[in-house]
Design a protein around this ligand. Structure first.
Ligand SMILES: CC(C)(COP(=O)(O)OP(=O)(O)OC[C@H]1O[C@@H](n2cnc3c(N)ncnc32)[C@H](O)[C@@H]1OP(=O)(O)O)[C@@H](O)C(=O)NCCC(=O)NCCS
Length: 186
């Protein structure tokens, strides 16, 4: 367990009791951008099912009351990827999300660093998303602090080409409004 001095935030291994709050954080902060056309559109229910299968990979940031304010997970070793890239064996960062009230306090960085400390075998891959109007992916500074390097810029058509945009967090159905960049931590 890690304690962050300034904020009374602790980083702990996630367990099943955290899943409802984790699912809600993902829904609130990543919206519906990662939905595939035609699949279950109850986003929180879908997040709960996904987290139930992968909870062992996650760490959470909790406040003094035990409320989950952030989460991060790094998945199992895999060889395939959705990007058509030669990544070889690797692990994916599953989600990094920090609640709006707690963003920009260093929590995302410490969560990602804490998850990386347990990984010593294969590179860790991060699919970074961001809106063009913001100039870059939301997580670029956090990724730099955690020694991730840009591996491939998938451009602004990736989400459109993969059928995500009809449910985009922008809600304006502008399929070319978001970046997708692949980062890697060796
Ligand atoms: C991206 C996210 C996980 C970062 O977590 P965080 O706890 O806010 O990050 P940290 O406080 O560790 O910040 C690391 C750096 O990133 C910057 N940063 C944080 N959020 C940012 C954003 N949305 N846009 C640009 N920079 C951002 C911080 O200012 C900080 O840099 P600084 O110390 O030089 O000021 C968090 O903002 C979040 O959950 N955002 C919504 C979901 C999201 O976009 N996830 C990433 C999808 S790829």
């Amino acid at each position: 367990m890690k304690t962050m001095n300034k904020t009374d935030i602790k980083i702990i291994k996630a367990d099943k009791s955290h899943i409802p709050q984790m699912a809600e954080l993902i829904t609130q902060n990543l919206g519906t951008c990662n939905l595939i056309k035609g699949t279950n559109n109850d986003v929180t229910a879908r997040n709960i099912a996904e987290l139930t299968d992968t909870i062992d990979y996650y760490q959470v940031a909790v406040d003094e009351k035990g409320t989950v304010v952030g989460l991060c997970g790094i998945g199992d070793v895999k060889e395939d990827n959705d990007y058509g890239l030669d990544l070889g064996k690797h692990r994916d960062v599953l989600y990094v999300v920090v609640s709006k009230d707690h963003q920009r306090q260093g929590i995302g960085t410490i969560l990602l660093q804490s998850c990386l400390e347990n990984i010593h075998d294969y590179p860790v891959v991060y699919e970074a998303w961001g809106e063009i109007k913001n100039g870059d992916v939301n997580s670029y500074k956090m990724l730099a602090k955690c020694a991730f390097k840009l591996f491939a810029d998938m451009g602004t058509s990736f989400y459109c080409d993969h059928g995500y945009c009809p449910y985009c967090v922008n809600k304006d159905k502008n399929c070319h409004a978001c970046f997708c960049k692949i980062y890697i931590h060796e």
